[in-house]
Design a binder for this molecule. Structure first.
Ligand code: PMP
Length: 340
């Protein structure tokens, strides 16, 4: 018989899928590391479990404890699944720009959800950074995960995602391209791949409104780079410890509109029903290609973080797209049909 002891045993070993349509103009093989096959439908299950196991081993997460985290949803989902199996309470602190689906999903797996305003400074007491820290201080027997600075985040990808990519490409991977939020994925995978082959190039996908690209290029934390944006999961207004700039070769920034449009195109043209940061990653790949970053013998791996179901009320909703000027095609309304 072949079965997992519980749902946590199904984390990792995700498939790699060739991209055929959207990246056809690239001269090389493009492979997608398809992380929605994880039980929480995102790559974040990997680091959630690693962070919990490391906290248990260090004695900072104790039986019956409460796990508290500021999360855009996917980390919360991973933590919530592990909390169910391991018997912890879960509290997710989330910003109000996150999709309603993400909040509902977190509640569905037993998490308490605390919603905070997006448009406040990180050190504002209402921000989700401050709120999560305060809740952790006030709640007895609780543990504040802090995925931004928790080294187990990066470690999970160094130990599992990186080796899987190396093995699935028979060590032929030449480039790794991925959206960057906490930095855990890019830094863990990037460090592993560069350890195996220092010539592998690591490219981060950033968003307008985030500090990463400018910081990488100038070493300056420029507050003028910070403004609110729509793309979910990537970009930051802080420098998380998990972003290891030294192993990242560079960043490209993708607009909210392009990220949304390419998220829809991935579903329609590749049959890949994925989240918003996947669309950003694909557009980023095309931008990097225009800059001449890829050659015919290259093997480019792009990682897709999460599933499209979390965005049905947003990027996959025509009305939502139209309200933001993201939908260019002419729309046929019933009135036009009657007139013609
Ligand atoms: N995409 C999505 C949808 C995410 O939830 C995250 C995590 N914030 C990322 C990309 C970025 O991953 P990381 O935090 O590992 O940099």
């Amino acid at each position: 018989m072949d079965y997992a002891e519980n749902i946590l045993g199904t984390i990792g070993n995700t498939p790699m899928v060739k991209m055929n349509v959207l990246t056809a103009e690239l001269p090389c093989l493009v492979l997608a590391k398809y992380e929605t096959f994880n039980p929480g439908n995102s790559v974040k299950d990997r680091m959630a479990l690693q962070m919990i196991e490391d906290a248990e081993a260090a004695g900072i997460l104790k039986p019956g404890g409460t796990i508290i985290e500021g999360t855009s949803g996917n980390t919360g989902m991973g933590l919530a699944l592990a909390a169910i199996i391991k018997g912890y309470k879960m509290v997710c602190v989330i910003s109000d720009k996150q999709s309603k689906e993400k909040m509902d999903i977190l509640r569905a797996v037993g998490s308490e959800v605390v919603v905070c305003p997006t448009d406040v400074e990180p050190d504002d007491p209402r921000s989700y950074y401050s709120t999560s820290k305060r809740l952790a201080e006030e709640t007895p027997n609780s543990w504040y995960v802090n995925q931004y600075d928790n080294p187990s985040n990066c470690k999970a990808h160094f130990n599992s995602t990186g080796p899987e990519i190396w093995e699935q490409t028979d060590g032929k991977v030449t480039h790794f391209v991925v959206g960057v939020g906490t930095g855990g994925t890019i830094s863990g995978v990037g460090s592993y791949l560069k350890m195996k082959n220092p010539n592998v190039k690591i490219w981060g996908i950033d968003t307008y409104g985030s500090v990463f690209k400018k910081y990488k290029e100038t070493g300056i934390f420029d507050e003028n780079e910070i403004y609110s944006y729509i793309t979910e999961g990537i970009g930051e207004d802080i420098l998380p410890l998990n972003v290891n700039f030294s192993i990242i070769d560079g960043f490209t920034k993708v607009t909210d509109k392009d990220a949304a449009v390419y998220t829809r195109r991935l579903a329609k043209e590749e049959g890949m029903f994925l989240g918003n940061s996947a669309g950003a990653a694909v557009k980023g790949l095309l931008q990097l290609n225009e800059e001449g970053k890829f050659g015919p013998d290259d093997v480019v791996v792009v990682l897709f973080h999460d599933h499209g179901s979390r965005y049905v009320g947003k990027m996959f909703n025509d009305e939502w797209m139209r309200e933001r000027g993201f939908l260019d095609e002419k729309v046929t309304v019933a009135e036009d049909l009657i007139k013609s």
